[in-house]
Design a protein around this ligand. Structure first.
Ligand code: TRP
Length: 352
């Protein structure tokens, strides 16, 4: 039996993944990478939808993301690292899939709408911006995965991808309208209908206690912040609580982090004492939390420091090249099968 497949990815609009990425998706990737055949994609073409005038930055971020992955512990031997711009099948399937999604549905996609707002894209964003949602369907389906580990903010995209898979299978592979999504592959559909796998913490709140953790909002703890900076950032969290004997809010930002980063039993104990005002000060909680987060991050910092040395960039380039080769084998196979289903096949081609 071959292993079930995973595909997921990150867009190199910035480098420096943070704790929100970690609990939303990276943690799942680490946990699943031995049981699944994993494809991790750097969506560098998508980065051009908002940074078309900054190619150097996109290139540097691309290398930075791969370093982040390696430092976190994603393993390019066990998994396949995919550089989107070097996989022609993704671009070709994007165009073909664009025919299977109503234009109005793309424009109603809530993830796109939120991004247009939070990134301040106004009315003048390029055509390619909403198009990236169709591109994401192709990123995923090119590798015919079963699961897509993502943060909650990506759910709308995965839903659209499922729609495309269903429609393709029905339109071109003869799968009946009543066949349930789970059984499409068995019923002759080319694309298994993939499921989103949301992280342990669907939405990690930022240090401000209000918004989602995000680099652009300046409320993030990065995986490579120094131990000192991590503790400093945590010490600055404000809860409004005055004394260790005040009954605290067990859902405030501090307690959400306790839930996310301190082991279960201890977290429960801290939360119930905090809520009861059982002589537990914010300062004590912050200290313990900082230590727990630093314990998690320390091995990543060490690996990242090694990759930032002289040989790091060359190693990353090598990892990327090997990934492209492996990825194109699967991608070309999918494209050929898709073209065959669409009566578009007039002789195979080979891409090196
Ligand atoms: N849009 C995703 C993000 O911004 C990144 C991404 C691109 C992705 N292609 C993907 C995620 C395919 C999952 C599957 O986080």
């Amino acid at each position: 039996m071959s292993k079930p497949r995973i595909l997921t990815g990150d867009t190199p609009t910035s480098t420096g993944l943070h704790l929100g990425h970690y609990v939303g998706s990276l943690e799942n990737r680490l946990k699943l990478q031995s049981e699944y055949d994993c494809y991790f994609l750097v969506a560098n073409v998508h980065a051009f939808t908002t940074l078309a005038d900054k190619p150097e930055q996109i290139r540097a971020n691309t290398i930075g993301i791969v370093k982040d992955w390696l430092a976190v512990g994603l393993d390019p031997e066990a998994s396949t690292f995919v550089l989107q711009s070097e996989i022609p099948a993704i671009a070709e399937l994007t165009f073909l899939f664009a025919m299977l999604i109503p234009f109005n549905k793309v424009m109603r996609n809530p993830t796109l709408k939120t991004e247009i707002e939070t990134k301040g894209l106004g009315e003048t964003y390029p055509f390619g911006f909403p198009m990236y949602a169709v591109g994401q369907c192709a990123d995923i389906l090119t590798f015919r995965p079963d699961l897509v580990p993502v943060g909650e903010d990506q759910e709308a995209h995965i839903e659209m991808c499922r729609d495309v898979a269903l429609k393709f299978n029905q339109m071109y592979c003869g799968v009946g309208n009543r066949v349930p999504a789970d059984e499409h592959a068995k019923a002759g559909g080319l694309f298994p209908v993939p499921k989103a796998k949301i992280g342990r913490i669907a939405r990690l709140v930022g240090l401000d206690g209000v918004n989602k953790m995000s680099k652009s909002l300046g409320n993030a703890i990065f995986l490579y912040d120094t131990a000192k900076d991590v503790q400093k950032k945590i010490n600055k969290i404000t809860t409004g609580r005055q004394s260790p004997t005040d009954p605290g809010d067990a859902n405030n930002v501090l307690m959400q982090y306790v839930d996310a980063f301190i082991t279960r039993d201890r977290a429960d104990e801290l939360k119930s004492r905090y809520a009861a005002g059982d002589n537990l000060g914010d300062g004590h909680v912050k200290q313990e939390l900082g230590e727990a987060i630093n314990l998690l991050l320390e091995p990543m910092r060490v690996r990242r420091a090694q990759l930032d040395g002289d040989k790091g960039d060359a190693l990353v380039t090598d990892v990327i090249r090997r990934g492209i080769k492996k990825a194109n084998v699967v991608a070309e196979e999918t494209l050929l099968l898709a073209k065959r289903a669409m009566k578009l096949e007039f002789g195979a081609r080979v891409i090196g």
